[in-house]
Ligand binder design. Structure first.
Ligand code: NAD
Length: 355
């Protein structure tokens, strides 16, 4: 059987450390299954090729079934002109892969419950939901305009626009995801005010008819931001448009604690996906063996689940992470008194030994 083709972008700073750990985990959980193609992108690509995303790099990602990305950027490239900045490579790869659904899980690992800033009785009920955010439409991609009113006053407008197919395809992603979970979808909008939200609600309800086992709830975004803090345990899959999702997913990442622990996936048509931790290249700790590889290792698990349908192997990785945390082992970013401090590579090895 031919191996599964995965593009790998280690990137800059701690990127190569956390990606290196993830490739070892994947090789252990599914030996001889993947063919990894390493690709230059970000600051290292600027140094080598004079541009953040060489055409050849993007081509390799487009030909792959999945792309794993560490992180890019760092002070060395901060003074580059905008088109030569590492982040430009990031946007280029996201748009080049045509990924329209951003998936961010918000799950609290029981041994890290003390990192949750919410009241103990709320956190103890468990937090395990997923935000499915529309990534390529809405106000960020609508018409942006600065103009003068007839009275000569400065004014500006940004247009929020969604078409039926954009809403329909993201709704399907959410409902399919809910089918493999607790079967609850919460669609978040502002349908009491926005016409685009009323269309959003109408289409989501149409799509829901194809998934009769899934319970659909609607919430206005202002109320949703409160309920995420008040009763986070009640959420399973949240689906929402680009801007609302941007804000709510940052709120969710704070609810569950450390930045080094959180993976994300961006999905397009079919099984193609881009998997990256939510953290950056952390230049302050790069090369010191302090980086927590868990966020990226969990990206590996998401890749197995969403691009390759290898749910048993994904479960194994997530359980191994859980066990390491239960054993009290901690990289510096999640260390608390009474736990055991270990390095990034020790964390990698401890996870691998539990697979
Ligand atoms: P950052 O996420 O890199 O770091 C913020 C803080 O969190 C730092 O103190 C860092 O040490 C810590 N941290 C981050 N990941 C960690 C991990 N895995 N383990 C332990 N600690 C971790 O954000 P920043 O400092 O604002 O940005 C640094 C660089 O990364 C910038 O050049 C920025 O543009 C870039 N960046 C890239 C991405 C990406 O590639 N997706 C995302 C955000 C920022």
């Amino acid at each position: 059987m031919s191996k599964k083709n995965v593009a790998v972008i280690p990137g800059d700073g701690i990127g190569p450390e956390v990606i290196g750990a993830t490739l070892k985990v994947l090789e252990k959980v599914a030996p001889n299954t993947f063919e990894f193609h390493e690709v230059a992108m970000g600051g290292n690509a600027i140094d080598k090729y004079g541009e953040p995303l060489p055409a050849e790099s993007l081509k390799i990602c487009q030909n792959a079934e999945a792309t794993l990305l560490g992180a890019v950027g760092g002070p060395k490239w901060d003074n580059q002109p905008p088109e030569k900045r590492p982040e430009r490579g990031l946007l280029g790869v996201r748009s080049g892969l045509e990924v329209f659904a951003n998936i961010r899980p918000a799950k609290i690992f029981a041994p890290l419950a003390s990192a949750c800033p919410l009241r103990k009785d709320i956190a103890e009920k468990g937090i395990d939901f997923i935000i499915v955010r529309e990534l390529t439409g809405g106000i960020y991609f609508g018409k942006h305009e600065a103009f003068k009113t007839p009275e000569g006053e400065r004014a500006a407008r940004d247009v929020m626009e969604y078409s039926e197919h954009e809403i329909r395809r993201i709704a399907h992603v959410a409902f399919k995801m809910a089918m493999g979970r607790r079967k609850i979808v919460t669609s978040i909008d502002k349908a009491n005010i926005l016409t685009s939200s009323r269309l959003w609600r109408e289409i989501v309800e149409e799509v829901a008819k194809e998934y009769p086992e899934v319970k659909l709830n609607h919430l206005y975004v202002d109320n949703a931001s409160m309920q995420l803090i008040r009763v986070p345990s009640e959420f399973d899959v949240i689906v929402t448009e680009n801007t609302f999702g941007d804000i709510l997913s940052d709120e969710a990442s704070q609810i569950i604690g450390s930045i080094g622990m959180i993976p994300s996936a961006s999905l397009g048509e079919g099984n193609r996906g881009l998997y990256e931790p939510i953290h950056g290249s952390a230049p302050d700790i790069a090369g010191q063996n302090k980086a927590n590889p868990i966020g990226t290792i969990l990206c590996g698990a998401m890749m197995l689940r969403y691009s390759f349908n290898m749910n048993a192997e994904a479960d194994k990785i997530e359980n191994a992470v859980d066990e390491v945390l239960k054993a009290g082992l901690r990289t510096p970013d999640i260390y608390t008194e009474g736990t055991k401090l270990i390095t990034g590579s020790q964390m990698r090895d401890e996870i691998i030994s539990r697979l």
